[in-house]
Design a protein around this ligand. Structure first.
Ligand code: ATP
Ligand code: MG
Length: 331
């Protein structure tokens, strides 16, 4: 029995989390879910959108599955999602970008993984007005944070038999900050001679990913570029309903979809649970439940390829419940 914290979240969060719990149970993995919620829904009861018991539960169990969280205005948080990553020092944001047959996209054979630095860069949150008519945001780049994210990317490449790591930057313009990131990436690359290494300037990277996405394997980059490149990836593979993610530290990992709470369809049984389900697959791999992870991923691929039971975002009219049952039938 494995203990995992479940943070259902807001909007479509509870619907898709429940779907994922059902599929994982049907795959025969025994998980003792410890539910601890954060976000808009708990603001009234706790006076904060991020109660201590949520963080305590994740620290204790070391693994969490998390739905999207809406940050209430005036709660003292810029973003509860970012606060969770920072407080638990989840410095790696991992986002696989992979095409499945039957998904609504023109692209084929895309299979790359984004490693986004999760703790600094332009997300350091240091911003101020300079008089009335100007403002400054400070971008922080440290050797330590750059080194650990690049190492995480190479370790992953080694473990998963990936051939190429590409560092993404804008060191031609930000010579000191991105220059440091690139310098560190080159140093770390020397420790992994069996893995090929190259680098791309972020604007060129965007063009390359649209023209030749199949040529890329593992991408590693500072925070903001990771944000942009992973949404580009969501577009390549057929949308936010299919894009999983994970936030990983040295000991703790929190698995969550890239999408937000989608308030426009919340509570209507219309949300696509696949993005969170594939995040659950990443979680099962992290828990060394490789067989169940493979079976769930294959069941998702089958349902997409058949094209009979798809949610609205994929061009069908199935409900969350129906697509979840179709996946379970395929297991
Ligand atoms: P938030 O403020 O929490 O980020 P948002 O309005 O930005 O929420 P997102 O979830 O980021 O919403 O996604 C934007 C749109 O994409 C949604 O309004 C929704 O229509 C669609 N969408 C996102 N996720 C899903 C999903 N899992 N299934 C179906 N549609 C989705
Ligand atoms: Mg959003």
């Amino acid at each position: 029995m494995k203990n995992v914290t479940l943070i259902p979240g807001d909007g479509i969060g509870p619907e898709v989390s429940q779907a994922v719990q059902k599929v994982i149970e049907a795959a025969g993995v025994e998980i003792e879910w410890e539910e601890a919620n954060a976000g808009k829904g708990v603001m009234e009861e706790y006076g904060t959108p991020l109660p201590d018991e949520v963080l305590d539960s994740v620290r204790k169990n070391k693994v969490a599955l998390k739905g999207p969280i809406t940050t209430p205005v005036g709660s003292g948080f810029r973003s509860v999602n970012v606060a969770i990553r920072k407080k638990l020092d989840l410095y790696t944001n991992l986002r696989p970008v992979k095409t499945y047959e039957g998904a609504p996209t023109k692209f084929k054979d895309v299979d790359y993984v984004v490693f986004r630095e999760n703790t600094e860069g332009l997300y350091a949150g240091i911003e101020h007005k300079v008089g009335e008519d100007a403002a400054e945001s400070i971008k922080i780049t440290t050797r330590q944070a750059s080194e650990r994210i690049v190492k995480a990317a190479f370790e992953y490449a080694q473990r998963e038999n990936r051939k190429l790591v590409t560092a993404v930057h804008k060191a031609n313009i930000m010579k000191l900050s991105d220059g440091l990131f690139l310098e560190v990436a080159r140093e770390v690359a020397e420790e992994y001679p069996e893995i090929e290494f190259n680098d791309r300037i972020v604007d060129n990277m965007c063009m390359q990913l649209v023209q030749y996405p199949e040529e890329y394997d593992v991408l590693v980059m500072p925070n903001l570029y990771g944000d942009v490149i992973s949404d580009l990836g969501a577009g390549l593979i057929g949308g936010l309903g299919l894009t999983p993610g994970a936030n990983i530290g040295d000991e703790i990992a929190v698995f969550e979809a890239v999408h937000g709470s989608a308030p426009d369809i919340a509570g209507e049984n219309k949300a696509n649970p696949i993005a969170l389900l594939l995040s659950g697959v990443l979680m099962l791999r992290h828990l060394k439940e490789t067989d169940a992870a493979d079976r769930i991923e294959a069941a998702v691929a089958d349902v997409l390829a058949e094209g009979q039971t798809l949610t609205g975002d994929l061009g069908g009219n199935a409900t969350t419940t129906e697509i979840t049952e179709a996946i379970i039938d395929r297991l």
